[in-house]
Design a protein around this ligand. Structure first.
Ligand SMILES: Nc1nc2c(c(=O)[nH]1)N[C@H]1C(S)=C(S)[C@@H](COP(=O)(O)OP(=O)(O)OC[C@H]3O[C@@H](n4cnc5c(=O)[nH]c(N)nc54)[C@H](O)[C@@H]3O)O[C@H]1N2
Ligand SMILES: Nc1nc2c(c(=O)[nH]1)N[C@H]1C(S)=C(S)[C@@H](COP(=O)(O)OP(=O)(O)OC[C@H]3O[C@@H](n4cnc5c(=O)[nH]c(N)nc54)[C@H](O)[C@@H]3O)O[C@H]1N2
Ligand SMILES: [Mo]
Length: 770
């Protein structure tokens, strides 16, 4: 294949993906990381032909302002200058971006869209990096090259021809840097729409809304230093060893210094047993595993809120004889609604708590004891908490529990959501919000001289519905893979296909390029590892991690192709074409990102003196008022919530199914069909079930099953050809992988509290298909 980029053609690496063998399952509790990790990394390095560049780049990852930020998860960088603050999955992620494989015009000439549609997600991304802009040619059913100028003209014309700017929707995946994010939302709002759906709508929307309601700011209050001084850590609904591996370092350190760690998860995941801290896995001399758990609790799916209520009930009961169990002074000075919450806990029976949590009172007591014995507690959580109907109530219950003992606004204590994509938190801070607050818009208007629309826009689910109705005609995907990340796959496909124009700004080929509108563009962009040359020299971008630290990321590698543009440049190109009379100096911004940062410093709260502070050794932390015990709530205090416990017990014959990630995938990007820590090889179309639920249904290990979901509106969706595996999971619960299982997630099944699709709680029946 001839390549349209500026590097000399190199032979393709000889080692391909591991040959796919027979499905294999051997559940074992293995220390996270270690030799398996080293093997898994080296396979990816060889496959992507990155044996030389890979290791060199890895040495520059997560280095103070001189390297690039790992484009993987949002776990914060080590504060003490750890030299290899990296992990197996971060390396895989970077290597995936740095592959030597390329998708050029010859590739698209050789394969029609209809043909490519039959390829697997792995095969699509495995073709390598996209190299030049492409436009869909309906006559031949092929993508053909288009110049950047013409591509922008296509976007500009389609946007200008709309009857109303709300007929366009602008999606963001959480990779986009802060500077590009600011320009992107500015473009949408200058056009006149708040239709800014993002991956957060499927991820941590519930966490943001709950923290906003309870504490007045939608973010966690703790940082890594707090993790280092907590006496107790509660880790709920996170598969840290796969999805936030650098958390293992914090957990191992905590365990060493005598902190107690409670894991709450229907599945006992790898991080909940023993671990080898991530940066040690390269150095096998240090091969030594550390315990990372005091207590493992396995609630039923959705049972966390009842567990938390039970723990609060224990603390309140204990306070009758030991007043110190409560921090009454904190409660009196800083909170509102305590008496109502106490009454609610008293009125909630143990029977209900045990039934709804799926846990014994004795186990809940153990967890509560760990909590009340600790002077400083942190509660951390991820999707196992947020992707539920009652995600907001559950996160608020986490805060309720923390407030009882004043675990807020002091060292070593507080709520700590673990975000997903590396800059998903920064996206929201910098304006990706379909429900922007008025104060934000007022300031944007004043600083940027635009009249932003005031009515709320569409989120992810809302956008899909609007496309179906014909109300949204132009879809722009700034990164991500909307077609496969969103729920209800066939419904989402039909929505995208009904658009007049779909535009995907991407680094690699994925399903969203093949499920497209009448007109379609693929606009390839620089990745985070690559040098971003603009008129003002090499540019850096900034990102915000899970703990509100903002720091710079500088690419170091030659771009995959000389035809790639940076994301800010692509946004500016689209904006200029769509807004010919714009007074915003789009090109001027792109010449030097310091100029974007200067505007952001004026427009965004917490970004004062941005250009200077972001260049400090570890960047800077965005002020979190709740951390200073300043609560921007109606009462000016931290607010207890008093939601009733939801009924999460599956109806007879049904199971609660959670969709999740394997160890070898990044959301919709699949690295292999293995899931090492769960003991699975060569299989993704599986469902983990309790062995008694399998026996009751006459299903054997590797037995074929039919999975049917039942939506709130009664409609059903089915998957065939999946195989069942017996797993240590509570009865009535089942689990399997996204995105294959998104077919089962009905578009109508989203939380009324957060508008998030119920990806961790799908009501299903599973029957033997043998
Ligand atoms: N390598 C890698 N890293 C990633 C990602 C990736 O795909 N690959 N994705 C990134 C993104 S965008 C995100 S949002 C995060 C996601 O990180 P996670 O939240 O760890 O993602 P999931 O794999 O969906 O796993 C959720 C966990 O919740 C548990 N769970 C399911 N239901 C419940 C429940 O009702 N209660 C409790 N307590 N637990 C439950 C599951 O058993 C599983 O361990 O990771 C980020 N990091
Ligand atoms: N059933 C179910 N569905 C889920 C979830 C679940 O737990 N269960 N989780 C949800 C969650 S938490 C999330 S965050 C979403 C994820 O949703 P998305 O963020 O939309 O999906 P990703 O798979 O992360 O996107 C991968 C694509 O991003 C592009 N890409 C990679 N790097 C860059 C870059 O630097 N710039 C640009 N422009 N593009 C790039 C590549 O082309 C790649 O194919 O999925 C959601 N969907
Ligand atoms: Mo996410």
């Amino acid at each position: 294949m001839a390549l349209s980029h500026d590097e000399p053609e190199r032979p393709e690496p000889t080692a391909g993906p591991e040959p796919k063998g027979e499905p294999h399952f051997r559940p074992y509790h293995h220390p996270a990381a270690g030799w398996g990790a080293a093997k898994s990394v080296s396979q990816v390095l060889v496959r992507e032909g990155a044996l030389v560049d890979g290791p060199r780049a890895i040495m520059r990852m997560n280095h103070e302002n001189t390297g690039f930020d790992c484009p993987g998860c949002a776990w914060p960088d080590d504060t003490k200058g750890l030299h290899l603050d990296i992990c197996e999955n971060g390396i895989k992620h970077v290597t995936w971006e740095m592959t030597r494989k390329r998708v050029g015009r010859e590739f698209f000439a050789a394969h029609s869209v209809t043909e490519l549609f039959d390829w697997s997600d792995f095969e699509l991304e495995d073709q390598g990096r996209l190299t030049e802009p492409m436009v869909y040619d309906a006559d031949t059913d092929h993508y053909v090259p288009i110049s950047w100028k013409d591509a922008f003209a296509v976007v500009g014309r389609a946007l200008r021809e709309l009857d109303h700017p709300n007929q366009a929707s602008f999606y963001t995946s959480g990779r986009l840097g802060n500077e590009a994010t600011f320009l992107y939302q500015l473009m949408a709002r200058e056009l006149g729409t708040n239709n800014l759906p993002d991956c957060s709508n499927m991820c941590h929307e519930a966490s943001g809304r709950a923290l906003e309601a309870s504490l007045g700011t939608g973010k966690g209050t703790v940082d890594l230093k707090d993790w280092e001084s907590a006496d107790a850590l509660f880790i709920l609904g996170v598969n840290a060893a796969s999805n936030a591996p650098r958390m293992l370092t914090a957990l191992a350190e905590a365990y060493h210094r005598g902190a107690r760690i409670v894991h709450v998860n229907p599945l006992v995941e790898a991080a909940a047993t023993r671990t080898i801290v991530p940066h040690d896995f390269m150095d096998m001399a240090l091969f030594k595993s550390t315990r990372t758990s005091t207590l493992n609790l396995q609630p039923r799916i959705g049972g966390d809120m009842a567990l938390l209520r039970g723990m609060a009930k224990v603390v309140l009961e204990q306070a009758r004889t030991e007043p110190k169990a409560l921090d009454q002074e904190f409660i009196d000075r800083h909170t509102a609604g305590f008496e109502d919450y106490r009454a609610l806990c008293e009125a909630t029976s143990w029977e209900e708590i045990e039934n709804q949590s799926g846990l014994d009172r004795a186990d809940i007591l153990k967890a509560a004891r760990v909590y009340s014995d600790a002077d400083r507690s942190i509660v951390s959580w991820c999707l196992g908490i947020s992707q539920h109907e009652h995600g907001v109530d559950t996160v608020r219950e986490i805060v309720n529990l923390l407030l009882l003992r004043g675990n807020l606004g002091r060292e070593g204590a507080g709520p700590s959501p673990v975000r997903g994509h590396s800059n998903v938190q920064g996206n929201r801070t910098c304006g990706i919000d379909h429900r922007p607050p008025d104060e934000f818009l007022d300031r944007l208007s004043e600083v940027c001289g635009i009249e932003p629309p005031r009515e709320h826009g569409l989120d992810t689910v809302g956008t899909i519905e609007a496309m179906h109705r014909g109300d949204v005609k132009v879809f722009v995907g700034m990164g991500g893979n909307f077609a496969h990340a969103a729920p209800d796959t066939p419904y989402t496909y039909a929505a995208l296909r009904s658009c007049d124009l779909t535009v995907q700004v991407s680094t690699k080929l994925n399903r969203s390029h093949l499920v497209h509108g009448r007109q379609a563009l693929i606009l390839p962009c620089l990745g985070r590892t690559e040098k971003d040359h603009q008129r003002g020299g090499i540019q850096s971008t900034s990102v915000e991690d899970s703990m509100s630290m903002v720091h710079l990321s500088v690419g170091m590698k030659r771009p995959a192709s000389r035809h790639l543009l940076s994301e800010p440049a692509i946004i500016a190109g689209m904006a200029r074409a769509a807004l010919p009379d714009s007074r915003t100096r789009w090109e001027w911004y792109v010449e030097d990102y310091d100029r974007i940062r200067d505007t952001m410093a004026q427009a965004l709260d917490g970004f004062e003196d941005f250009n200077r502070r972001v260049r400090l050794p570890l960047g800077f932390r965005i002020k979190q008022p709740a951390r200073e015990l300043v609560f921007l709530t109606p009462s000016g205090r931290a607010e207890f919530s008093t939601a009733p416990l939801p009924d999460v017990v599956p109806a007879p014959g049904t199971l609660a199914l959670g969709t999740m990630r394997s160890h070898d995938q990044w959301n919709t990007t699949i690295y292999s069909d293995n899931d090492r820590y769960r003991g699975v090889k060569n299989l993704r179309t599986l469902v983990f079930m309790n062995k008694d639920d399998m026996r009751e249904r006459g299903i054997s290990e590797f037995g074929p099953v039919n999975i049917t979901s039942i939506a709130k509106d009664g409609s059903t969706r089915s998957l065939d050809g999946f195989l069942a595996l017996p797993y240590d999971i509570p009865r009535g619960c089942a689990a399997g992988y996204m995105p294959e299982m998104n077919v089962l997630c009905a578009i109508s099944d989203y939380s009324v509290q957060s508008d998030q699709p119920l990806m961790k709680h799908v009501k299903v029946t599973i029957t033997s298909a043998a």
